[in-house]
Design a protein around this ligand. Structure first.
Ligand SMILES: [Zn+2]
Length: 349
């Protein structure tokens, strides 16, 4: 990595997102079904323990990121974070290449990134001032599935595009037009943002100086989010990832169907205790679109064993895994689309 230098400038550097990983569907999938599926596409299955590792970087920089993970977790959510030390265990890989910008892939796109690559980078000194912590919380926001708030289709923002291109093509960001479009100008589809209202105080909102926004008139002199989680950030993350109540977890018996009690966007959670040390197949049945994740329940942490996503495909989620007698396996099923009057179930055989 590059040597840490003082990157303080009078103007701010901003998060610069990589292009999303393209998503394919089987032919003949309706627009409505695609739209619902994409609404959950970037979100993790609730209950997932997201393993992150640092591939480089000095401890003081890492400590800011560790604290930022804790800030998200302390909100009280159903996903959790655990630092690991090997690439094999990692889902999120964090670097500190100061010659690159700060960015993170969004949500489950991370699982498609080769293990040799980072999924998140910090491009400036996180310990220089409070903007470092803001940056870390923001990038983790992307990691758990949130997109840029200033690109919300509900913002009503009309940019002074000429001024925006001028501002961001110059130092310290020096972005080409394409980066400015994908990170600022382009509006996101409604199903890719949290909530149905723009939240100018969100951690996922950039700060903008004066004379970049034409409308709403109120923001002509700039948008200045406080740089911490807003009330709506907290509400949004808790709604996507509520704490999973122990009593809501259904026990699955071998070879017996157990109903998925969730509609579009919802989730059903199950536990299976292996009756023998053997290979077992976990499957969803029925016409629901689902993402199924299997983890082994440990004493202090859960171990992600695998996941399968049948959304928009003419198949059901299915995973065969070697299990150990007496151990508990969590089956978390996110329903990405439930056609009217259709139900589904989980079966382990
Ligand atoms: Zn960002």
């Amino acid at each position: 990595m590059s040597k840490l230098t003082n990157t303080k400038t009078t103007k701010r550097k901003y998060c610069k997102q990589p292009a999303p990983v393209p998503r394919s569907f089987d032919p003949g999938i309706t627009q409505q079904r695609k739209s619902f599926i994409l609404g959950s596409h970037w979100k993790w299955v609730n209950g997932t323990e997201i393993k992150y590792m640092f591939i480089e970087g000095p401890e003081p920089q890492k400590n800011v990121v560790r604290r930022a993970f804790k800030i998200w977790k302390d909100v009280g959510i159903g996903i959790s974070f655990k630092e690991v030390s090997t690439v094999g265990e990692s889902m999120v890989r964090i670097g500190f290449d100061f010659t690159d910008g700060s960015w993170s892939y969004v949500g489950r796109d991370i699982l498609t990134i080769p293990k040799t690559d980072r999924t998140m980078n910090f491009g400036w000194d996180l310990t220089a001032d409070s903007y470092g912590m803001t940056t870390a919380i923001h990038e983790i926001g992307h990691t758990i599935g949130f997109q840029h708030e200033h690109q919300s289709p509900f913002s009503g923002i009309v940019w002074d595009t000429k001024a925006v291109y001028k501002e961001f093509s110059g130092p310290p960001n020096s972005w080409p037009k394409k980066e400015i479009d994908t990170n600022i100008i382009n509006k996101l589809p409604a199903n890719q943002v949290k909530g149905s209202k723009w939240d100018p105080k969100s951690i996922m909102e950039y700060e903008f100086g004066p004379k970049l926004v034409l409308k709403p008139v109120k923001y002509k002199m700039g948008i200045f989010p406080p740089g911490i989680l807003s009330a709506n950030d907290i509400k949004g993350v808790k709604s996507f990832y509520p704490v999973i109540a122990q009593k809501s977890i259904q026990k699955v018996q071998p070879k017996k169907s157990t109903v998925i009690k969730a509609g579009t966007g919802g989730q059903s959670d199950f536990v299976f205790i292996a009756p023998s040390t053997n290979k077992f197949t976990f499957e969803t049945t029925g016409k629901l679109d689902t993402v199924m994740v299997i983890s082994e329940k440990g004493k202090t942490e859960n171990f992600y064993l695998g996941g399968d996503d049948d959304s928009g495909l003419k198949k059901n989620a299915k995973l065969t895994l070697p299990l150990v007698k007496g151990r508990q396996y969590l089956i978390n099923v996110r329903v990405t689309y439930a056609p009217a009057s259709q139900s589904g179930s989980v079966i382990v055989s």
